[in-house]
Design a protein around this ligand. Structure first.
Ligand code: ADE
Length: 227
């Protein structure tokens, strides 16, 4: 069982996400438990304020260190866990990172908002910083959902056919191969004949070759450098 604690100012953005598809299934089969902490509950001010102007006169607002630090302490007092902060400055999320975290017992996900969080929380409390791509979102919530979805489907017992995780894109450092389902002919486009023969050895060879071709044309950066 993996328990994920999410620290956010906008827990409601997770509403549809937690009750649908793979993440719902992971919770239903007790592979995953999600908990939410509202960082605003740890604001020292009567207005429940958690942001302030940045030192240096820069534009935008910064999430203050104190409420985040207190919120983290509160969750960490129930047991240790890595603290993952989502930001465009983090290391790029990969399948290997998802696999690593899917094997943990407990994770804390910190979602920032506004311009950024105070650097001192990063230095003191954050153990890993992750980006989901080279673009800027208005908060870490969507990145956290991407991360949770990617982790949930790797938890034991969640995917009905574990092979479908093993043949995913990136699971062997390559993109996935093309998939076909019924009907055999669609708008005069035929399923590759080999796939209908039942010759598993040849079919696996075809899948490997297709994955290699696709990776070579679209993502050559994933393949080992030659010579
Ligand atoms: N927060 C804002 N932009 C982000 C990104 N690209 N990845 C992760 N978290 C973010």
């Amino acid at each position: 069982m993996l328990k994920i604690e999410i620290l956010t100012l906008f827990a409601e953005t997770f509403d549809g996400f937690v009750s649908a598809s793979m993440v719902a299934r992971a919770q239903n089969c007790s592979a995953l438990e999600l908990g939410f902490t509202d960082i605003r509950d740890f604001s020292g001010s009567r207005q429940r304020r958690v942001d302030d102007y940045p030192y240096g006169g820069f534009a935008g607002m910064v999430m203050q260190a104190e409420p985040i630090h207190q919120a983290l302490n509160s969750v960490l007092s129930r047991g240790p866990a890595p603290v993952i902060y989502f930001s465009p400055q983090g290391r790029p999320l990969t399948q290997d990172i998802l696999e690593h975290y899917s094997k943990q017992e407990r994770l804390i996900l910190l979602c920032g908002h506004y311009k950024d969080i105070d650097q001192r929380v990063r230095d003191l409390d954050v153990s890993d910083e992750i980006s989901i791509g080279d673009y800027v979102l208005s908060g870490g919530e969507l990145a956290a959902m991407v991360f949770i979805d990617g982790v949930a489907r790797l938890l034991p017992g969640v995917l009905s056919d574990i092979d479908s995780a093993r043949t995913d894109s990136f699971s062997k450092g390559k993109l996935g191969f093309p998939c076909y389902s019924r009907p055999e002919s669609f708008l005069e486009q035929k399923v590759p004949e080999l796939l209908t023969t039942g010759n598993h050895r040849k079919i696996l060879g075809w899948a490997e070759a297709q994955a290699e071709l696709l990776t070579r044309s679209r993502r050559p950066d994933l393949l080992p450098k030659r010579g």
